[in-house]
Design a protein around this ligand. Structure first.
Ligand SMILES: [Zn+2]
Length: 260
């Protein structure tokens, strides 16, 4: 009986060891910086800061692009940043600060809208593989989940949802690529708070995704100084932390055969 117990313990440990992920270039954890809604403060403040720190990031855009912003986002893509899908109209349950109610949508109509937004993004940056972020982090429209419809459509490789400071991902075997959690900031965070999340991710050896909106402006805004402090910390610890776009990080994770 005792021997059986030891044997079970051995296989349990072996299974755990097998599931552990290793990151490229001997890095110990991953941080993904994501920015929602295609805001001017991202173009004017976040991107210049990212440029000077030489760090990549993902921008989830909506369809309110025009002749002024399209060339700007095209230039952002050419620098290596990822442009990603956040629907055309940003439908949500609450219309307090969102233009379109999601109540009249069905899984079919939202997926169709996401497909059209993919085409618009293709016209901007010429890319065909696309990631997605759920507007208002809601995975339902009209009371129905559209996660399966989105998966079946094949339009989107990976999708980001919401979460809080606990959204540190370590269980990659059970990670649903269309429900990847992120640390959604409430606005006005200090640099120390942002860095504290990175440190939690570093200790875990896993992945942490930031979900920003405005940077030094617009709404749910993170002060420009806090953002700069975060980037300085990431740059300083670049040897241990892999800073990747959402698509790069998820491509790497999904290629790890032992986690399947
Ligand atoms: Zn949004």
């Amino acid at each position: 009986m005792k021997r059986l117990f030891i044997l079970i313990l051995f296989f349990t440990c072996a299974a755990h060891a097998q599931q552990k992920i290793t990151w490229p270039h001997h890095k110990k954890s991953v941080i993904v910086l994501t920015y929602d809604d295609g805001l001017n403060s991202q173009l004017n403040t976040a991107i210049p800061q990212l440029d000077s720190a030489k760090l990549p990031a993902t921008f989830f855009l909506c369809g309110d692009l025009n002749y002024v912003s399209i060339p700007k986002w095209r230039a952002v893509s050419k620098k290596g940043f990822e442009l990603a899908n956040h629907t055309i109209y940003h439908p949500c349950v609450s219309t307090d600060d969102n233009p379109v109610a999601s109540g009249n949508y069905t899984p079919y109509t939202i997926v169709r809208e996401i497909g059209t937004m993919n085409n618009l993004l293709y016209a901007v940056d010429g890319k065909t593989a696309r990631t997605y972020a759920y507007p208002c982090t809601e995975t339902t429209v009209g009371g129905k989940s559209y996660v399966i419809a989105l998966k079946k459509s094949g339009l989107i490789k990976y999708a980001r949802v919401g979460g809080d400071v606990d959204a540190v991902i370590t269980d990659f075997k059970n990670l649903d690529p269309l429900l990847v959690p992120a640390y959604g900031l409430n606005g006005n965070n200090t640099g120390a708070e942002l860095i504290a999340f990175v440190k939690r991710v570093q200790v875990s050896g896993g992945m942490g995704i930031f979900m920003f909106h405005g940077i030094g402006g617009d709404y749910i805004s993170t002060p420009a100084a806090s953002h700069r402090q975060l980037l300085a910390y990431l740059k300083k610890h670049k040897k241990e932390i892999w800073i990747a776009t959402f698509q790069q990080a998820m491509d790497y994770i999904s290629q790890q055969e032992h986690l399947k």
